[in-house]
Design a protein around this ligand. Structure first.
Ligand SMILES: [Zn+2]
Length: 166
């Protein structure tokens, strides 16, 4: 089996970086990251793939021998389906594989809800839902209000990925 790819997103791809984390891909992102920082990071961990909207940075990075994908789309569904197809990504969200959209840490499935009393509201604790937890952010996640939107975007991206002319 091929290891799943890991990424660095440029400063313009914050939303895409959050989606990649939710999909389980190890993705570095900082709003204030400079081109020099990106090149330093790529040299230090040369397995990461740069995702960028900046053609000049793309050319610079590829000339140095690093892997990069230039993303021309602005729309998140098109961005996801484009790299999904190009890099053979799995665009189905499985929370057991997800990373925290805020900090990129791997989420852990919560086995003892009482251990998270302080951060999960009582009504939700009684709902028999599954919860996932980010140790670094001390935040709990569950299939809540955002879930229909997550499913809608990923299934549109999957559908779009099957189009020939993408
Ligand atoms: Zn986190």
């Amino acid at each position: 089996m091929v290891d799943s790819p890991s990424f660095i997103c440029d400063s313009m791809l914050g939303r895409l970086s959050r989606w990649l984390r939710v999909l389980g891909y190890d993705t570095l992102y900082r709003k204030d990251i400079s081109d020099e920082d990106i090149i330093n990071l790529l040299s230090r961990c040369n397995i990461r793939i740069l995702l960028t909207r900046d053609r000049q940075l793309y050319i610079r990075v590829v000339e140095k021998g690093f892997k990069a994908v230039l993303i021309l789309y602005e729309n998140i569904i098109q961005q996801l389906s484009y790299i999904g197809k190009k890099l053979d990504l799995n665009l189905k969200v499985d929370p057991d594989n997800s990373r925290c959209s805020i900090c990129n840490s791997k989420l852990v499935r919560v086995s003892d809800i009482n251990s998270l009393r302080a951060i999960i509201p009582p009504l939700l604790r009684r709902s028999k839902r599954r919860f996932w937890y980010c140790r670094k952010c001390n935040k709990a996640f569950w299939k809540g209000r955002m879930w229909p939107n997550i499913s809608r975007i990923t299934s549109s991206a999957l559908k779009n990925m099957r189009k020939k002319n993408l």
